[in-house]
Ligand binder design. Structure first.
Ligand SMILES: [Zn+2]
Length: 346
């Protein structure tokens, strides 16, 4: 299986950096661990080509793209309080989008079955008219629209397991049933969106599923979310491709969030996603890196994902068995009602 898996990486992903939790050290810690592990020696490292402004404009308003480039050229250090800019940031943001696009094209061409883009800056908070939350362009949303355009896909499942709600991605596909967006996140954390009742509008009604979990949830709760919600949802939708906003800030020691996932918990999440992909879309998965700010936890959890994907894991046990919150079944029951609105439309 290793030959069917690729990692999209470019040294220039390191150029967008600052004294900030979302800095180049996140990627170097991943690459250091990856390069030490013989298991990954056979995995292709694929160089991305940058996205074009036209591709970015599938999601983002022209005014935003132009003003972002102007701000960077004028030497602005920040887009907002959370989101920094450097002189390289515009070019690197195009390359980061290009990373997810390259991963998509590798998978859709059949050259790879699974591809993981390590592009930075991350993307899932970026909305059509503004970047925010460390994100400049919405890598995964742009790639999903390119997947519709270039490969005529009608049913893309996006699973966002970053600990924060993927508000930008939600906004892009809120009125569409061609993308089923599922976000599992810490409730009331940044950016404050992602309520259960936010189900989409028009054709998209029922195709936006938010699963806000209380702080402290760990491997067992995420396992329940997959068993009770995401797997049945995928069975109703029958996706042609699964795209994953892979954030590792649900890790138990992450400095920016309060969840309790372990490395094995991430392996377990990946097992579930892989089973969905094997059942419905010949195993096709496109991963795009989002958050994850505990360097060791990020690198090990990423590797756990890759081990599951290449099929080399021995069914990892969820070690963190203690259920942490009694309310999760109530939340699951509330979300379960909404699953029934989803059907394979086309
Ligand atoms: Zn996050």
């Amino acid at each position: 299986m290793a030959k069917q898996v690729g990692i999209v990486y470019h040294e220039d992903f390191l150029l967008h950096t600052s004294n900030h939790p979302e800095y180049k050290g996140r990627l170097t810690s991943i690459m250091d661990l990856l390069n030490k592990d013989k298991m990954f020696a056979q995995i292709a490292k694929i160089e991305p080509t940058p996205a074009t402004v036209e591709e970015v404009a599938l999601v983002h308003k022209k005014e935003y793209i132009v003003s972002l480039e102007e701000k960077i050229n004028e030497g602005f250090n920040n887009l907002d309080l959370d989101t920094y800019l450097t002189p390289h940031s515009f070019r690197v943001a195009l390359l980061s989008v290009g990373g997810t696009l390259t991963a998509l094209r590798e998978v859709m061409s059949g050259r790879k079955k699974v591809c993981f883009s390590l592009g930075r800056p991350p993307g899932h908070h970026a909305e059509p008219e503004r970047g925010m939350g460390f994100c400049l362009f919405n890598n995964i949303a742009i790639a999903a629209l390119v997947a519709q355009k270039e490969f005529d896909l009608k049913r893309i499942l996006i699973i966002d397991f970053d600990v924060h709600h993927g508000n930008g991605t939600e906004k892009v596909f809120y009125d569409s049933s061609n993308v089923l967006f599922v976000s599992v996140h810490q409730s009331a954390a940044y950016p404050g969106t992602g309520g259960i009742a936010d189900l989409g509008v028009g054709n998209g009604y029922g195709y936006n599923i938010n699963i806000p979990l209380p702080p402290g949830c760990s491997d067992v709760e995420y396992d329940k979310v997959f068993r009770h919600i995401i797997i049945p949802l995928a069975d109703r939708y029958e996706p042609e491709l699964i795209m994953i906003s892979a954030g590792y800030d649900g890790y138990r020691d992450d400095p920016l969030a309060n969840m309790g996932l372990t490395v094995n918990g991430y392996a377990n999440i990946t097992q579930h996603i892989k089973k969905i992909a094997d059942k419905h879309c010949e195993g096709k998965m496109v991963f795009s890196l989002e958050g994850g700010y505990h360097l060791d936890g990020l690198a090990k959890s990423f590797l756990a994902t890759m081990k599951v994907v290449i099929g080399s894991d021995k069914r990892m046990e969820i070690t963190n068995q203690k259920s942490s919150d009694k309310n999760i079944m109530e939340i699951i029951k509330k979300v379960e009602k909404n699953i029934k609105k989803v059907d394979r439309k086309v």
